[in-house]
Design a protein around this ligand. Structure first.
Ligand code: NAD
Ligand code: MLT
Length: 313
């Protein structure tokens, strides 16, 4: 008989279950974590739960889980886990911090290129039978200034990739190391200079009290009218209403979004604007990233269940 019950509450790579069941000590139960009554009932008998983004592990969920020892997230952000409540309940929280950063960085670069050259709009027009070459004149990246907000794991990967496009890369990150930036070919600046100079701005911050709305009314009045913004970090760092106003009033040239203040998000006014391109939180959606995320989260669960140290979230 298995010693531990581990719930997989979101769609994860099959590698997660393979890792968990390899020594026979774990029984894996799959539940739909968005079906709240089912989740709460399943948590009653669970020693661990693995989630991606859809399942909320909040104080109510933790209270329903008297045996729970660990919550693991197969991804970077811990936005859907109440870490404070978990800590108070003596439940360890783990994530897979480096699992999907390459995929997320590549998606940000894809969005930036698509934004510069109107790729989705031109594709849609051609599918509609319109050969509208003159409507879709783009801009080159070479020689333009890229502002990177947050020079952490993903911001650094994006900076390095876009420096290879001959962009001048500047970054705002008060905690970043000067030597690390220098090695990437990035110059660290203040937020004011970054906002004033950037032709492209890409956001790679966590969503915190200090970053929520950072790109809001004030910031969007200090930028160039030819600025294009990419947010593939977290919704809410760029204020969606203020972004809409800035785009509508021609105070910036375009935006590409992968993340939204409320997700899922299917009917934002931003989606009606011709200079907005949008994807449904696809940054980590590659088999490579999902395999790493599922495997790392499952390994952390096994370590936690057997009382071994777990790599820090
Ligand atoms: P990270 O922790 O490695 O880097 C974040 C950086 O932001 C750090 O260097 C930190 O110093 C900096 N920072 C923090 N507060 C700041 C502030 N107020 N001003 C300026 N800089 C500040 O994180 P990461 O792994 O690079 O992830 C970045 C973001 O991308 C996170 O929000 C994460 O959840 C998100 N993400 C999204 C996807 C997706 O699918 N779209 C995938 C993975 C990660
Ligand atoms: C993350 O935080 O890892 C991402 O937003 C990716 C995801 O969960 O899909």
């Amino acid at each position: 008989m298995s010693q531990y019950v581990v719930l997989i509450a979101d769609a994860l790579s099959p590698h997660a279950a393979e890792v968990l069941t390899r020594d026979g000590s774990v029984e894996v139960r799959h539940v739909d974590g968005t079906d709240r009554p089912t989740l709460l009932a399943a948590l009653a008998g669970a020693d661990a739960v693995l989630v991606r983004s859809a399942t909320r592990i909040d104080a109510e969920a933790l209270a329903a889980a008297p045996r729970l020892k660990v919550v693991a997230r197969a991804g970077v952000g811990l936005d859907n886990v109440d870490v404070t409540a978990a800590t108070a309940a003596g439940v360890l929280v783990a994530n897979a911090p480096a699992s999907n950063v390459v995929s997320a960085a590549e998606h940000a670069v894809a969005l930036l290129l698509a934004l510069a050259r109107h790729v989705p709009q031109a594709h849609a027009a051609l599918r509609d039978g319109r050969w509208a070459r003159s409507s879709f004149t783009g801009v080159e990246l070479a020689g333009k200034t890229l502002g990177v907000l947050g020079l952490g794991r993903i911001g650094s990967l994006v900076a390095r990739r876009l420096a290879a496009f001959d962009m001048e890369v500047i970054a705002y990150d008060p905690y970043a190391d000067e030597e690390h930036a220098h090695a990437l070919g990035v110059r660290l600046t203040g937020l004011d200079e970054l906002l004033a100079r950037a032709r492209f701005l890409t956001v790679h911050l966590p969503l915190t009290e200090g970053t929520a709305g950072l790109i809001g009314s004030d910031a969007l009045r200090r930028v160039r009218p030819d600025l294009r913004i990419v947010n593939a970090a977290r919704g809410g760092i760029v204020d969606e209403q203020e972004l809409y106003a800035a785009l509508k009033e021609g105070r910036i040239a375009g935006a590409a979004l992968d993340v939204y203040a409320q997700e899922p998000c299917t009917d934002s006014p931003l989606f009606e604007l011709d200079n907005v391109i949008a994807t449904p939180h696809l940054g980590a959606s590659t088999p490579e990233a999902q395999e790493r995320a599922g495997t790392q989260a499952a390994e952390s669960v096994l370590l936690a269940l057997t009382g071994m140290p777990v790599p820090e979230a």
